[in-house]
Design a protein around this ligand. Sequence first.
Ligand code: PGA
Length: 249
Amino acid sequence: MKALVVANWKMNPSSHAQAKRLLDASKKALEKTTGVSLIVAPPALYLREFAGSSKGKRIAFAAQNAHAALGGAHTGEISMKQVKDAKASYVIIGHAERRAAGESDDDVKAKVAAALALNLTPILCVGEASRGAQGEYFEFIGTQLRAGLKDVAQNKVAKAIIAYEPIWAIGATAAMRPRDMREMAIFIRKTIVDQHGAGAMSIRVLYGGSIEAANAAEMLAEGDVAGLLVGRASADVQQVSQLMEAIGG
Ligand code: PGA
């Protein structure tokens, strides 16, 4: 299985010219690898152009967010249908930064269902703000997962991707330890299988939070994950090249 790298550029870079340079550098770095599939999540206004000019087996595009409604009076939003029409095939849903801006579990649930209904692959983000000694974070993650996947039919759930991103490791100085991710990956699959049946066992789980060239390969080898959701290191020409080289295999 190829490692999945989701490049979440967030609200970067600041110009179209720089965005194109970053995309070109990412593609070049991807070409040097054999074991990586890349999903680029640029700001939405670049999606159509980038997806149109990047047809390839190992590169695909994601929106960083989209609205669950098919259309209507939602100033400033984009719909899943528009995302699909722009030739993106994935959509990140419930990123910690969107949840912090007010997105609720109910919003996330509606978005996951709306994405699947259009055959877009939802990348459902979950993650706790902090970790106490008692392991309460497991309950928190369980609740986020059950809420987000509640309206998903049993036979569709394995199409979704889960991105576990502990908020304390996003934009931080260190990633979570791979062995802690292993434990979390098992918990995530068990939670989803309990809710949706054994068919969910094959659901892909990603890790995100302070991944860079120095720690990516270890997380892939030891974290029991199908891939990585990368912020800062994906939005920098040099760092993205180093990251891909580190995991290129
Ligand atoms: P980071 O962000 O890689 O910059 O920590 C990850 C994310 O928020 O997806």
